[in-house]
Design a binder for this molecule. Structure first.
Ligand code: C5P
Length: 228
C-alpha cells in the first residue's frame, strides 16, 4: 500500500514548506483542483525540483465529452505526471477514448476512475443518483475495468468487492482515511489504515490529518510505519 499526500493548502508557499519537510519519503504527492488552478504546471516542476523521487498524482477528476476528455488527459500526460483521475460516470466511450489516446504515448500516467466521492453518504448518493451507492460503485468499477483503466477511486468499504468483481490486479485508491481518529471533516465513508489494509487498498490518500498537524513530518512517519 502506498501513501498519497494531498497538497490542498491555502497558499503555494505552505504547500512548498510541506513538501520540503517531506523530502526523502517514498510517497506520492497529490495535486488537486485548488493547487493546480492556482499554481499551474510550474508547480508540478517545482515538486520535482524539491524531490525528483516523489511520484506525482494530478487529481483533476475530468468529466466531459469523450474527445474533450481525451485532449485534457493527453495534456496532463504531457506534464509527465504519474497518475491522473477522471469520472467513471463519463461513460465507457469517454474512458476508452482517453485510454486509446494515452496508450499511443511512450510513458503514460496511471489512470483511475472516480466512482462515488468519499464525501457521499449512502443516503445522499441515493437521493442524487436514485441508486444504491454500493451497487453503483461496483457497476462503475466494472465499466472502468472494461474500458482498460488502471483502477478506481472508492472508499475502503467498496475496495475488496471491486477486486472480486474485476481482477485482483485492478487497483483501488481510497481517500477518506483518518489514521489516528482525527475529525472526518466533510468525508462520510472514512476508515483508518488497518481498514484500508484489510480492504486491499493499493493507495491511500490523506490530506488534512497531515497538513493540518503541528508536525506533518512526524504524522507521515507514523503513517508509513503503520503501512509497513
Ligand atoms: O483532507 P482529506 O484527507 O479529506 O483529503 C482527501 C483528498 O482526496 C482531497 O484532496 C480530495 O479532493 C480527494 N478525494 C476525495 N474523494 C475522492 C477523490 C479524491 O476525498 N473520491
Amino acid at each position: 500500500m502506498q501513501l498519497c499526500v494531498a497538497l490542498d493548502l491555502e497558499e503555494k508557499i505552505q504547500n512548498l514548506e510541506l513538501l520540503e519537510s517531506l523530502k526523502g519519503f517514498p510517497i506520492w504527492i497529490k495535486v488537486g483542483l485548488r493547487s493546480y488552478i492556482r499554481d499551474g504546471k510550474e508547480f508540478i516542476e517545482k515538486i520535482r525540483e524539491i524531490d525528483g523521487n516523489f511520484k506525482i498524482f494530478l487529481d483533476l477528476k475530468l468529466y466531459d465529452i469523450p474527445n474533450t476528455m481525451a485532449d485534457a488527459a493527453f495534456e496532463c500526460a504531457k506534464l509527465n505526471v504519474d497518475m491522473i483521475t477522471l469520472h467513471a460516470s463519463s461513460g465507457e466511450i469517454a474512458m476508452k477514448t482517453v485510454m486509446e489516446r494515452l496508450n499511443k504515448i511512450q510513458k503514460r500516467p496511471l489512470v483511475f476512475a472516480i466512482s462515488a466521492l468519499t464525501s457521499f453518504s449512502p443516503q445522499e448518493f441515493k437521493y442524487i443518483y436514485n441508486m444504491p451507492l454500493d451497487e453503483h460503485v461496483q457497476t462503475l468499477a466494472k465499466l472502468a475495468f472494461k474500458s482498460n483503466l488502471d483502477g478506481v477511486v472508492c472508499s475502503v468499504y467498496e475496495s475488496e468487492n471491486i477486486k472480486k468483481n474485476t481482477d485482483s490486479r485492478f487497483l483501488t485508491l481510497t481517500p477518506g482515511i483518518r489514521p489516528f481518529s482525527e475529525d472526518s471533516d466533510d468525508q462520510k465513508r472514512v476508515s483508518d489504515i488497518e481498514g484500508a489494509k484489510k480492504a486491499l487498498s493499493d493507495f491511500i490518500v490523506i490530506g488534512r490529518p497531515i497538513y493540518k498537524a503541528d508536525n506533518p513530518k512526524k504524522v507521515v512517519e507514523r503513517i508509513l510505519e503503520k503501512i509497513r
